[in-house]
Design a protein around this ligand. Structure first.
Ligand SMILES: *Cc1c(COP(=O)(O)O)cnc(C)c1O
Length: 345
């Protein structure tokens, strides 16, 4: 709400201006510096951005982040999609894909052939989070899809080379942009692949994105409102204490959610290992005789929207967002609503 008010307040001098001019470039600069502070990035790490969201970043990574061979932990819809994008790239070898049952996550395995390990901080489709750690003994780059996790989960930047995300989840902004926190090793990879003899479409060229990002620009015109909303959210996180504050909000919401589910006689956390239960997206199974779809429908009819599970998972489940912008008290209120609805079915 305050994010939107801030955008409206700046609206007449900001919206519609050129992204090559100072007004917008200063906003992009705020985003880049804000993320640098939020994640306490070590010296030499840089914040890159470009248009197209996370899905586009996967395609860019197939051109200029993976040299030849990647390893993917596949444990849900999103992590499987990056693996699929690599598999279809004719210039890369078939990726090594390590899978685990939905509701859990596999572990990466060091392999000398692998030049990029693709991890996912939070698998949004199943509500499984994983701790981000370099696989012991691994020499390749560690790239992390943090689209829903970034800002809502703690992370140690020395454990990754590329931590990429889009602003529409934990950053409570809008979609269509990708951001990538890159280590010196990732930047070196981008520069060496750009110099190599591999055809790359300009819009997916990470070297072009790198050069533009250093000037606080994007290669082509970005959605200005998305950048403004994102800058406000990052500022709010930093002003209140940074990542420990923002991830603390999600942790508090998660504690409320899972404590409720464990105590409930009709709801159980879908993810059995408590350490893998996501603090940003909670998945809750319901007893067979209670139709979760009906609960979601009744909630929606009463203005409580988007508690639906990930459709393809096919479970009798609700999925609850617990991003930092969501007040933990609102999660408690939502659960009171669920109790009420179930009691009146
Ligand atoms: C939402 C999401 C994506 C897709 O993001 P887009 O910006 O829509 O491409 C990818 N990965 C994860 C983990 C997500 O949650």
């Amino acid at each position: 709400m305050e994010q939107l008010d801030a955008l409206v307040a700046d609206g007449t001098t900001y919206m519609g201006t050129s992204h090559r001019q100072a007004t917008v470039r200063n906003k992009v600069g705020e985003v880049r510096e804000g993320l640098n502070a939020l994640f306490s990035l070590p010296d030499g790490y840089e914040v890159l951005l470009g248009n197209g969201g996370t899905t586009t970043f996967w395609d860019a990574a197939t051109f200029q982040l993976i040299s030849h061979h990647s390893q993917h932990l596949s444990f849900g819809e999103f992590s499987s999609k990056f693996a699929a994008a690599v598999k279809s790239a004719p210039h890369l070898s078939d990726p090594q894909i390590i899978e685990s049952e939905v509701g859990s996550h596999p572990m990466a395995e060091a392999n000398d052939e692998v030049d990029l390990y693709a991890l996912t901080h939070n698998e949004t489709s199943t509500g499984v989070m994983m701790e981000i750690q370099r696989p012991p003994g691994a020499k390749g780059l560690v790239a992390v899809d943090a689209t829903s996790g970034a800002g809502g989960l703690m992370v140690d930047p020395t454990q990754f080379d590329c931590y990429y995300f889009a602003p529409q989840k934990s950053f409570a902004s809008d979609g269509g942009l990708w951001l990538a926190l890159c280590s010196p090793a990732a930047i070196e990879r981008i520069e060496s692949l750009a110099a190599a003899d591999r055809w790359t479409p300009a819009s997916l060229d990470l070297k072009i994105a790198l050069d533009n990002s250093r000037l606080n620009q994007t290669y082509n015109t970005p959605a200005l409102a998305t950048i403004h909303l994102l800058a406000s959210q990052i500022k709010w996180m930093n002003d209140n204490g940074g990542l420990s504050f923002s991830s603390g909000r999600s942790r508090q919401s998660a504690e409320i959610l899972y404590t409720w589910a464990e105590a409930s006689d009709f709801a159980t956390p879908f993810v059995s290992n408590p350490a893998h239960r996501s603090k940003v997206v909670g998945t809750i199974d319901f007893r067979d005789d209670i139709d979760a779809t009906l609960i979601a429908k009744i909630l929606r009819a009463n203005g409580v929207v988007d508690t639906d599970p990930y459709r393809k998972l096919g479970r009798n489940q609700l999925r609850i967002a617990m991003f930092p912008a969501i007040d933990p008290e609102d999660v408690a209120s939502l659960l009171a609503c669920v109790n009420y609805v179930v009691g009146h079915l």
